[in-house]
Design a protein around this ligand. Structure first.
Ligand SMILES: *[C@@H]1O[C@H](CO)[C@@H](O)[C@H](O)[C@H]1NC(C)=O
Ligand SMILES: *[C@@H]1O[C@H](CO)[C@@H](O)[C@H](O)[C@H]1NC(C)=O
Ligand SMILES: CC(=O)N[C@H]1CO[C@H](CO)[C@@H](O)[C@@H]1O
Length: 357
């Protein structure tokens, strides 16, 4: 073979095996720069001020949540980073890397490379959705005493937006009572289970159930961000709708989203914001895997809307046992990760699974 040909083939192989890189050294972007709670001064008067409109500060909420819950996660396994909350900082890392936390209106340079790249824009729909998956779970953790007794939090409000974000435990208890309760139950369950005699496998299942219930509620509450979708391209809007749906599909399988297991699930997500005219599976500057995952996303959306939402409900009721959920995880990861997996097979699998409940 001609050497140039060999190089070309190798290069093509590299390109086609490329998926969006969402980590750095195995951890979310800039993880080592994220402030450590214990490295900081104790809060003055017990009031901790948090600034979620900055990437590192928002990521810090996750670092602290992981730190505070790790001791209750021993039933997840003995290896490091088995805490299932890892999917949340990874998600934020992907949003940051794909510039989804930036201002989509270009009225400001917040979050853009040309401006303050660490800035999280209150105009970003993704940043808004993530508020319900970061600030709220954090406030609930504080409320259940996980970050120390007597600590209260004041959340810095964003400027220049009408979005009504709740800004303290009290405020969120009033504006998002059910959501706060879901997260508090999760933390409460962690504490309860840590002193129970149940076998680890049973504890693990319970913890994952409570956690995914809470994450699903956060996704539902994020419908409040709807107005912010307008400033994105049609393909990005479509993708964002189905991203919520597919995360709910994943949630129904109660997957153990440890650091190691959550990375491959996020790797095929599109590495940049979609533009007008982007048509999967033929977007030239995205990898085969990203194109394929988007194609599946679009297919699932059209399927689900043809069935008026029934696909999701069918899926949820099919995920009725540990065995079914395990199989559900396999189906989803095959669907998104393996471009050869036959889309048509999904329906028969759902049918098959429903009948075993
Ligand atoms: C939490 O962080 C502190 C300081 O970095 C560390 O000493 C402690 O071991 C951590 N706790 C857990 C459960 O990881
Ligand atoms: C935890 O235990 C307390 C006290 O026994 C109980 O009231 C509460 O319902 C339990 N919560 C969860 C989520 O298991
Ligand atoms: C909902 C929203 O954020 N709309 C904004 C879209 O972008 C324009 C400027 O380009 C803003 O004026 C809108 O407020």
């Amino acid at each position: 073979m001609h050497p140039l040909w060999v190089v070309t083939v190798l290069l093509l192989q590299c390109l086609s095996s490329h998926t969006a890189v969402i980590t750095e050294g195995g951890y979310p972007y800039l993880w080592h720069k994220v402030p450590d709670r214990h490295g900081e001064q104790p809060p003055e008067d017990g009031v901790l001020v948090i600034q979620p409109w900055d990437y590192l500060q928002r990521m810090a909420l996750y670092k602290w949540m992981l730190n505070a819950t790790d001791e209750y996660m021993t039933s997840m396994g003995s290896r490091p980073n088995e805490n299932p909350l890892w999917n949340l900082p990874l998600q934020l890392s992907w949003l940051y890397k794909s510039v989804r936390l930036a201002d989509p209106t270009s009225a400001t340079t917040c979050g853009h490379e040309t401006g303050d790249i660490l800035c999280v824009s209150p105009h970003s729909w993704w940043a808004c959705v993530n508020y319900y998956l970061s600030v709220i779970p954090f406030l609930a953790a504080v409320e259940t005493g996980l970050l120390g007794q007597g600590v209260t939090v004041q959340v810095q409000a964003p400027t220049g937006v009408e979005q009504d974000y709740c800004a303290s435990q009290e405020d969120c208890d009033v504006k998002q009572p059910e959501l706060m309760l879901k997260w508090e139950s999760f933390y409460q369950a962690l504490k309860n289970l840590s002193t129970s005699d149940l076998p680890d496998a049973e504890k693990k299942e319970q913890i994952l159930k409570f956690m995914w219930d809470a994450q699903t509620s956060s996704l539902e509450a994020s419908s409040q961000c709807k107005d912010l979708q307008k400033n994105y391209s049609e393909p990005e809007q479509k993708f964002s709708r189905i991203w919520i749906e597919s995360t709910e599909f994943m949630a129904a399988t109660h997957i153990h989203s440890s650091l190691e297991k959550a990375v491959p699930l996020m790797a095929p997500l599109p590495g940049r914001i979609l533009k007008e005219g982007d048509k999967p599976p033929n977007i030239a500057d995205l990898s085969e895997e990203e194109n394929h995952a988007l194609y599946i996303f679009y297919w699932m959306e059209s399927m689900n809307s043809n069935l008026e939402g029934a696909l999701k409900n069918m899926w949820r009721s099919a995920m009725c046992s540990t065995t079914a959920r395990k199989r559900g995880q396999e189906v989803l990861s095959n669907l998104f990760l393996d471009p050869k997996f036959a889309v048509a097979g999904l329906m028969s699998i759902i049918k098959d699974m429903s009948s075993t409940c």
